[in-house]
Design a protein around this ligand. Structure first.
Ligand SMILES: [Zn+2]
Length: 311
């Protein structure tokens, strides 16, 4: 091969590589459809509540409380038997396939409540009333556009699979404030001294439990503070609230209202200060909050960095 041909070949390879980069980038950004979550006895969270609403929609009688206890197991077994599914009391892909129903604008039933509950995992803050009105249409349209899903406003099996399988640990996590309050860019800011995150919210912004756990009260420079000790031992601290609406010692589920933001304690203005502690050590909350905002796979709190999110 002559030098000039070799040079040409090298140049061609460079062009092809850069073209490949351009072509691959948008494909890589489009994530694969998440797997259906597997729900079983002892679990809690938004996905359990959605499943309970869907079971009710199909005529099963059970309490919708987001906790997978014996009443839910009995309803799942009954539903599985009635649908010729293996009756194991566990909600896996086959059972989800029979539970979800195709929905569209104007529907008014328990399946819409399941949908509204699932959308709220992504911070849409919908009233779970079972009536598909304008707010639900806006949320469905925004959610489907963000995932590149087609089919207009219709919520079919694929959209259900995205909603239930994604969203911060499959329903184990919820946004700390409604998605519409702040842009994504506010969730990756470094903190001014140690690993934490300040969200610049106006006083009175509704604040939600990030995950299931037990409430403790914090004070001092934290002002009206709430600490949630999660089931995995991770401690989530919310500071400077204007009011708290859950009692110390109460059990909370992901997405439950715990209080309203404010400017109590040591602050220069209203904001929500957040900390994530594993084994007593502060971790950077940014990647966790961003994953919840994006509805992508949530990193285990113990894997969050301890440096690089403050200055
Ligand atoms: Zn702070």
């Amino acid at each position: 091969m002559s030098t000039s041909i070799r040079r040409t070949a090298g140049w061609l390879a460079a062009v092809l590589l850069s073209l490949a980069g351009v072509l691959v980038a948008p494909i890589a950004a489009r994530a694969a459809t998440p797997a259906w979550p597997t729900l079983s006895s002892g679990m809690s969270g938004a996905n359990v509540a959605s499943a309970q609403f869907l079971l009710r929609h199909h005529g099963q009688s059970l309490t919708v409380d987001g906790a997978f206890t014996s009443g839910t197991t009995a309803a799942v077994l009954s539903f599985q038997s009635a649908n010729n599914l293996p009756a194991d009391g566990v909600i896996g892909p086959l059972t989800w396939g029979r539970l979800v129903v195709t929905l569209d604008v104007g529907a008014n039933n328990n399946a819409v409540r399941a949908l509204q509950t699932a959308l709220n995992k992504y911070g849409y803050g919908l009233t779970v009333d079972g009536a598909w009105g304008a707010a639900t249409t806006t949320a469905v349209t925004d959610y489907k556009a963000s995932r590149g899903l087609t089919g207009g406003t219709t919520v079919g099996a694929t959209t259900w699979q995205w909603l239930l399988g994604g969203g911060g640990g499959g329903g184990l996590y919820a946004p700390v404030i409604d998605r519409s309050v702040l842009p994504r860019s506010e969730y990756d800011d470094p903190h001014h001294d140690y690993p934490a995150l300040d969200l610049p919210t106006d006083t009175g912004t509704t604040t939600y439990a990030i995950t299931a756990g037990t409430v403790g009260y914090a004070g001092g420079s934290c002002g009206y503070g709430i600490g949630i000790t999660a089931d995995d031992g991770t401690y989530y601290l919310y500071c400077h609230l204007s009011s708290r609406v859950v009692a110390a010692g109460a059990r909370v589920s992901p997405g439950q209202v715990i209080g309203y933001t404010g400017a109590t304690g040591n602050v220069t203005g209203p904001h929500l200060h957040l900390e994530v502690r594993v084994g007593g050590a502060n971790r950077c909350p940014q990647q966790l909050l961003l994953a919840i905002y994006d509805g992508t796979s949530v990193p285990a709190p113990a894997t969050l960095p301890t440096t690089g999110c403050f200055y």
